[in-house]
Write a protein that binds this ligand. Sequence first.
Ligand code: 5RP
Length: 236
Amino acid sequence: MAPPRATRRQEPSPLSDAVAISRHKRAAARAAAEMVEDGMHVGLGTGSTVAYLLEALGERELKEVSCVATSPATERAARALGLTVRTLDEMCDLDVAIDGADQIDPSGWLVKGGGAAQTREKIVAAAARRFVVIASAEKAVRQLAPPVPLELMRFGLHSTLRALSQARLREVPESPDGGLIADYVGPVADPRELASWLSATPGVVEHGLFAPEMVSVILIGGENGVERRAGGKPNS
Ligand code: 5RP
């Protein structure tokens, strides 16, 4: 008699994980694109989830939408899809800003800046009446963890790095605004405390911790569709 065949549990392959993550990012991005109406001023974040948003906005052929981009890459991609891109100073206020995230904790704190755009992203999010975060399910974590992206002034860089003690410069550190991109790699036990300390450290232009009160809604794409989490920013 033939020996029984060993039954091995099928582990998900890295490739199928990547395919599922892309599908989840796309679902969240498409849900956010539906929140954009013709005539709106829209802030566009940076990253692969935002690329799906641009694709969805391009398909909608909204003739009167004006966008502000948080990075040269987003600006190029938006223009290539026929979207109108203007500067934030030309538009002053924004109806909505939509952006991805690297980590989202249960209380709505975000880590952003994996694409080194956290300074512009925070300015754009703050200028918008609504800030919508789009992400795939693996970005929702129980507790935030390092790295936390930073933008630092060039002037006095060594003093700033010494004061931060647990920060390292990225391999390609230049930001499009003349700053240098680094990562804080110390503990992130209390994000509010860490955010205040980073903001108060001379030489830190901006950090990638976004407080819940900056966020209107978080759309998280997963196997069961798009989960909607309310943020702490009041509707205006
Ligand atoms: C860029 C960001 C991005 O939103 C974040 O890194 C998520 O990127 P992705 O959508 O590619 O997963 O903060 O500075």
